[in-house]
Design a protein around this ligand. Structure first.
Ligand code: DGJ
Length: 731
């Protein structure tokens, strides 16, 4: 059993293979958080809690005058709100009398021998091999009829604990949820760094590491999507933690909308970290009998540094978040016409690109933006999901059949959540766009956003998508979303409920994607939001790969893909070889390096291969077969970051197969110096006791020799040159 209960003392211990998470109900009914860390015996750790009289920290009624008992200082699973804990709260309620307070006491618990799905939201799911277990702890709000269920999933083998919260109004009057986070983690002792991933469009997920102190460290998004600017996945680790050693904790939100994550030390130096839906612009009314479910947070702990933490997240996301045919089926190598043509294409051009690509071994053509409605630039047409047969020289069925004759699959771009004012859809339904009556809307990319909280809009979109997908042989859909959301107002919600729109929008997107996949279960969905604007575990539940960034420059991609790799499996990372000079940076990187970088992802091309040299065409053939050769490693193996951006004159990373028989390292030179020194690269993850032959120097050595000695390379000549080194077990 992964959940160990001590009935007498009300201690709940959640055991995974290498971690222990513990909570205990104290004599006042408060659910204390007693431990999260390396695996230990399930004995009470409540003795670690040190109580003392702290001035200006009040005492709850049950303390009966004991001034050392204060909610302001105790580590708790669900902190109280407005009644004397001045740190971050998790659930904030406004009651019918206008008071804003919430205080929770233990009622009961329940154990389920499987993981629990979340209604209408993505969540870590059970499999036959790992069904998971669930602990549900019910807490009562002391002065109202609100009940809160703290839901803990335990995935023993993956070293994962999930957390979410269900809030139920059992009273006779409405209650307003002002804040409903998914998780709060209290650390009584120790210093922590927060590692987070920040950026901007076309430069996403740059890793930053900052010590947590008394000033609140907070990241989040109020853009309606998880955003390019901050990713909803964060590590808390000891200052000394490295890739290979030290304690680290991950918090990864399975959600694609507004979020906040913050960490802060309190007056006694204790750290509290919280995560969930951003409380700003959130206000949700619970009528009597209503419930609200928060999204799920995936927690994981590694006592052995960041690489192991990443392996745990890659495994749980690959095996228990991603679904469908393409969860493990090799993804087709694709060619996308966007950077080759932008909007300037017709059927002939597309087929010309496809014919050349097919000859070089590429397996799917993705027709990007511009095939529908009136859409020759990005100022019109969104919402009119009808094929522009004049531009396409016929139907999509004809195009799809011709592609299939070339031996290629057919992929199609959509941006279902958007509407152009210059569209038939907008002319018919101006109120379908999110905008505030009487206020000129804020446009971004000259487009507005459809109100995805509305059923009739989702039905229209499902009907349109179904019509297109069932009249043409389409194997793949790229689901784009190209702006942030603002001007929050819904024509279908009562005025006082507009604070629900951001969340209802996300639920609407989830429902539409779920319904689409139910109708087309073999469809490969690739998520996209101007590249990586919605790269999160929520989206990966529907689309096992996401276009990682609109930046296809192989050198910029090194840091983008590096940051992405902390939580998300490499199979999730859409990565393409594009033309040089690169359209985003103007940089020219060798064709082989562009291939090596894109192969560390779900691989494809985004250029007109008719325009490259014969030598480069040969390279495409080689790259496709190299990608396939290493597919098992890149898409199913363990990933090791060997360098940090900017620290060396090169970036290197490695994949090791789960059975440890095969490894592959990629190295890209990022800088060069005169009188250059040899390059020494660490090697990780080989089995110490088995022998491996290295493709670089032909030497056969035990794994411990490679793991501890590393590999010395001669100087690598050429700007932005790259190489792949392979280790194969010798029988
Ligand atoms: C943004 C995407 O990230 C690009 O790849 C491309 O699909 C464009 N949108 C099309 O408008």
């Amino acid at each position: 059993m992964a959940i160990v209960i001590n009935e007498k003392q009300n201690i709940f211990t959640l055991q995974t293979q290498s971690s222990t998470y513990q909570m205990e109900v104290d004599s006042k009914g408060v659910l204390l958080h007693t431990y999260y860390g390396k695996h230990v015996h399930p004995e009470s750790l409540a003795h670690l809690i040190y109580q003392s009289d702290v001035g200006f920290s009040g005492n709850p009624p049950e303390a009966n005058g004991d001034r050392s008992y204060s909610l302001d200082c105790l580590p708790q699973e669900i902190p109280s709100s407005g009644v004397g804990d001045y740190r971050e709260d998790m659930v904030r309620l406004t009651h019918a009398d206008g008071s804003t307070a919430a205080d929770f006491r233990f009622v009961s618990y329940e154990i389920l021998n499987h993981a629990c799905p979340l209604p209408g939201m993505p969540a870590v799911y059970a499999t036959k091999e790992e069904p998971g277990e669930t602990l549900i702890v019910t807490m009562r709000e002391t002065a109202s009829q609100v009940m809160v269920k703290l839901i803990y999933g335990v995935f023993e083998k993956q070293n994962v604990i999930t957390r979410s919260v269900r809030i139920e109004n059992h009273g006779k009057t409405p209650v307003v949820l002002e804040k409903a986070l998914s998780c709060s983690l209290d650390f009584q002792f120790g210093k922590y760094d927060m590692i987070y991933f920040a950026g901007r469009h076309a430069m996403e997920r740059t890793m930053e590491r900052t010590p947590v102190g008394r000033a609140k460290l907070s990241i989040g998004s109020l853009r309606g999507t998880s955003s390019h600017q901050y990713n909803p996945a964060v590590v808390l680790c000891r200052p000394e933690t490295t890739e290979e050693s030290g304690d680290c904790y991950g918090m990864c939100l399975v959600y694609s909308g507004n979020f906040e994550m913050s960490a802060q030390k309190d007056q006694r130096g204790q750290t509290r970290a919280v995560m969930g839906i951003h409380p700003d612009w959130f206000r949700f009314t619970l009528e009597p009998g209503d419930t609200f479910d928060t999204p799920q947070v995936i927690l994981s702990f590694s006592p052995n540094g960041l690489s192991q933490l990443s392996h745990q997240y890659h495994d749980i996301i690959r095996e228990h978040i991603c679904r469908g045919k393409y969860q493990h089926t090799p993804r087709p190598v694709l060619i996308n016409n966007w950077e080759a043509t932008y909007f300037d294409f017709n059927k002939e051009k597309i087929l010309h690109i496809a014919q050349q690509a097919a000859q070089l071994g590429i397996e799917m053509l993705v027709l990007d933006d511009g095939w529908f409605g009136k859409r020759d630039d990005d100022n019109s047409g969104l919402g009119d999901w009808f094929v522009n047969e004049a531009k396409m020289g016929g139907s999509l069925r004809q195009l799809g059949e011709e592609l299939h004759q070339l031996g290629m699959k057919f992929g199609l771009w959509f941006e279902p959540e958007m509407i152009s004012e210059d569209s038939d859809l907008y002319r018919a339904h101006p109120d379908w766009a999110i905008q505030i009556p009487g206020r000129e809307p804020t446009r971004a990319r000259n487009q507005l956003v459809l109100d995805m909280s509305r059923k009739e809009i989702r039905e229209y979109l499902l009907e349109r998508l179904t019509d297109i997908l069932s009249h043409a042989p389409i194997d793949y859909v790229k689901w784009d979303m190209n702006r942030s959301i603002c001007d929050i107002y819904s024509h279908s919600l009562p005025t006082e409920r507009n604070g629900e729109l951001y969340h209802r929008y996300v639920l609407g997107v989830y429902e539409l994607q779920e319904n689409l996949l139910a109708r087309f279960p073999n469809l490969l969905l690739e998520g996209c939001s101007g590249g990586g604007g919605r790269f999160d575990a929520g989206m990966l539940y529907y689309s096992p790969q996401i276009w990682c960034s609109d930046n296809t420059d192989a050198i910029n991609r090194l840091s983008i893909q590096y940051g992405t790799s902390f939580f998300y499996p490499i199979s999730a990372v859409g990565a393409h070889v594009s033309a040089v000079p690169n359209h985003q940076t103007g940089r020219s990187v060798p064709f082989s390096t562009r291939g090596h970088v894109a192969m560390s992802g779900s691989f494809g091309y985004e250029l007109d291969l008719n325009k490259v040299s014969e030598e480069e065409k040969e390279m495409v053939k080689e790259q496709v077969s190299t990608f396939k050769k290493f597919y098992g490693l890149t898409h199913e193996g363990d990933y090791y970051r060997l360098t940090c951006p900017g620290e060396e004159e090169y970036m290197a990373w490695e994949f090791v197969s789960k059975d440890r028989s095969h490894a592959m390292m990629t190295l890209v030179k990022t800088d060069g110096q005169g009188n250059s020194l040899p390059v020494h690269v660490p090697v990780r993850g080989l089995d110490d006791t088995r022998k491996y032959r290295c493709s670089y120097n032909g030497l056969v050595c035990f794994g411990d020799v490679w793991n501890n000695g590393g590999l010395t390379l001669k100087t690598i000549p050429g700007e932005y040159a790259s190489l792949i080194v392979e280790w194969v077990e010798e029988g």
